[in-house]
Write a protein that binds this ligand. Structure first.
Ligand code: FMN
Length: 203
């Protein structure tokens, strides 16, 4: 059973900045195309960190020992059942912000479930995932490499396939994205197209 709405994860630790705005615009595009989404302010959430205990290799349904102790499991289930997801995040030190990274590390149970061909994973349809990453530096070939690689690998555990991401350089002050109409348009278009594609996929 599909989760009813696509899910947008806003992953900055600061509210009202560039990646929050990217999330708003992507959702605006979806709405223009007749859809909508649920937005999760992941950057506000703290999770227990993976301790590397590897108990999820053996537990029933590869359940993490923290599954009932914080909100991470509920969010994994959203990723698993949403028709698609969108991650909007700043780059912190050439990578993803620590709260998002802590959440991703907690996805280790999904890695174990995938490796064991658990029905929890094999029964999922393939779904696309989308992302927009913003970075303050105007240059730097490898600015987005670490973040994109991690996001792609993590989402694959849950049979979500990260599509080519929007990566915006030179977006630093909280108003920079708002002041760049071309990038704003790209986000609205990406949201609209993601929604339209999901309708085609359902048929
Ligand atoms: C802790 C921290 C680390 C950062 N590291 C980088 C970096 O490695 N490269 C870069 O280009 N920008 C870096 N930035 C700048 C942010 O990516 C940039 O300001 C971004 O627009 C912030 O997005 P937000 O408004 O959604 O929070 C960093 C910012 C912070 C707060």
């Amino acid at each position: 059973m599909m989760h009813q709405l696509p899910v947008i994860f806003a992953c900055s630790h600061q509210r009202g900045g560039n990646s929050d705005h990217a999330a708003v615009l992507f959702r605006e595009g979806m709405r223009k195309a007749g859809g909508d989404a649920e937005t999760v302010m992941l950057g506000d959430l703290d999770f227990n960190h993976c301790t590397g205990c590897l108990k999820c290799r053996k537990t029933e349904n590869h359940r993490c020992m923290f599954a009932k102790k914080d909100g991470a499991q509920v969010l994994f289930e959203k990723i698993m059942h949403a028709p698609f997801t969108f991650f909007s995040s700043p780059i912190y030190f050439y990578h993803l912000p620590s709260r998002l990274k802590t959440f991703i590390d907690r996805g280790q149970w999904g890695f174990e479930a995938m490796n064991a061909s658990s029905e929890l994973i094999t029964s999922l349809p393939e779904r696309p995932a989308y992302a927009c990453l913003v970075a303050g530096r105007p240059k730097g070939e490898n600015l987005f490499e670490g973040g994109l690689l991690t996001l792609k690998f993590f989402l694959r555990f849950f049979k979500a396939d990260l599509q080519p991401a929007l990566t915006f350089r030179g977006i630093d002050n909280p108003q920079d994205l708002k002041n760049d109409p071309d990038k704003c348009r790209q986000l609205i278009t990406a949201g609209a197209e993601a929604w339209q594609r999901s309708l085609t996929h359902e048929r």
